[in-house]
Design a protein. Structure first.
Length: 367
């Protein structure tokens, strides 16, 4: 009986602390809301743009304390300045990786850092810690890093200890077969960090997130190695992308089609990005500028809108459904190609592939 009573008392005290809305000083409010409070989502975004950490949106708390703890700053109270730290990587490269790969890895990271520097907005993403950790190893050996138990494949992942981090488990077959993917995957995952920073971790829709990273990795290999999957027509791009483009707004694990057999190597998602670029070019926008709008402007616009559709309309002056309709009515004939490893109908996307001369430098050139 004593234990039961104790539990009730503790529960009641926690509820009282959570419900408190009046505070005598900012230090008390920040004990409950470490980054302060804002009267609205718009005010919270204004605080971020002024160099503060994003405050919690608590209209009632703001209203009850604006006189005693004011004056408000851009519609917020008791804000915390972002501690500006220079973005930096820390490499954790296992000895199972060939020396040649390690040298090329460092070159790729340096090349991308020069043309695609990570925005300082990344410091407003709660689960990003400095330095940003990269773990890489050859799949010929088990995961050698106890900090990331169970990790594998290639991704930007996260845990409580490290925050977000990059995982690069390079398949042994890619070394044996001299596959260019052992290098292009570095560009793909790096671009996800670029997206996380610019969007403040609003990674939507998935077809732009993964399709954009796929396009960047192929542009990188085209620029630095003289070849890419564009050379083979980005095969396969599933015809499903024309009949059901909305399904590519989510990963397969979330009920969508990104990363599914209809989106092998994110080719179908990449096609959607390229088709959007093509539509922008049809308005007289240059190729490089059209790519910049999709890969940079849209991502940067995301935090300023209630949802990604608002950002899409603002940047491209068209709504998402109009884009999907145009995609479905476009002229993308069947390739007529069949392969044992691909089932279904694939479309010819040659009309939207980028120029061979296009470079990342041209797309992301400093204004």
């Amino acid at each position: 009986m004593g234990v039961a009573i104790s539990a009730v008392v503790v529960s009641g005290s926690v509820a009282h602390a959570v419900d408190r809305v009046r505070f005598d000083q900012c230090s008390e409010l920040q004990a409950r809301f470490p980054t302060g409070v804002a009267k609205s989502a718009v005010a919270a975004q204004s605080a971020v743009s002024l160099g503060y950490e994003r405050p919690a949106v608590r209209k009632k708390v703001f209203r009850k304390n604006r006189k005693t703890l004011g004056p408000p700053t851009a519609g917020s109270l008791c804000l915390s300045k972002i501690e500006v730290k220079e973005f930096a990587f820390q490499y954790n490269l296992d000895s199972s990786l060939p020396a040649g790969w390690v040298a090329e890895f460092e070159t790729i990271i340096n090349n991308l850092g020069a043309v695609l520097p990570i925005s300082e907005r990344i410091h407003s993403v709660p689960d990003v810690k400095m330095p940003f950790q990269i773990f890489a190893w050859n799949s010929a050996v088990p995961n050698p890093f106890p900090q990331i138990p169970g990790a594998g494949g290639a991704s930007i992942s996260g845990n409580d200890f490290l925050g977000k981090h990059m995982i690069l488990e390079i398949p042994e077959s890619e070394f044996t077969n001299n596959s260019l993917h052992r290098y292009s995957v570095i560009a793909h995952e790096y671009f996800h960090i670029y997206q996380i920073a610019l969007s403040e971790d609003i990674m939507q829709p998935t077809w732009i997130t993964e399709g954009g990273a796929k396009v960047v990795e192929e542009l990188y290999t085209q620029q630095y190695y003289g070849q890419s999957e564009f050379d083979g027509g980005l095969f396969p791009v599933s015809a499903t992308v024309l009949s059901n483009p909305a399904a590519f707004e989510k990963y397969e694990r979330d009920g969508g089609l990104v990363g599914s057999p209809a989106d092998i190597n994110y080719n179908s998602s990449a096609f959607m990005v390229l088709a959007l670029v093509d539509m922008l070019e049809a308005r007289g926008i240059s190729e490089a500028r059209a790519f910049e709008m999709v890969l940079d402007d849209f991502v940067s616009e995301l935090p300023d809108h209630a949802n990604w559709r608002g950002a899409f309309q603002a940047v491209f002056s068209m709504n998402v459904q109009d884009f999907y309709t145009a995609l479905g009515s476009g002229s993308y004939p069947s390739t007529g190609v069949t392969d044992d490893w691909f089932e279904g109908s694939a479309i010819d996307v040659g009309a939207v592939l980028p120029s061979k001369s296009l470079t990342l430098n041209a797309i992301f050139a400093t204004p």
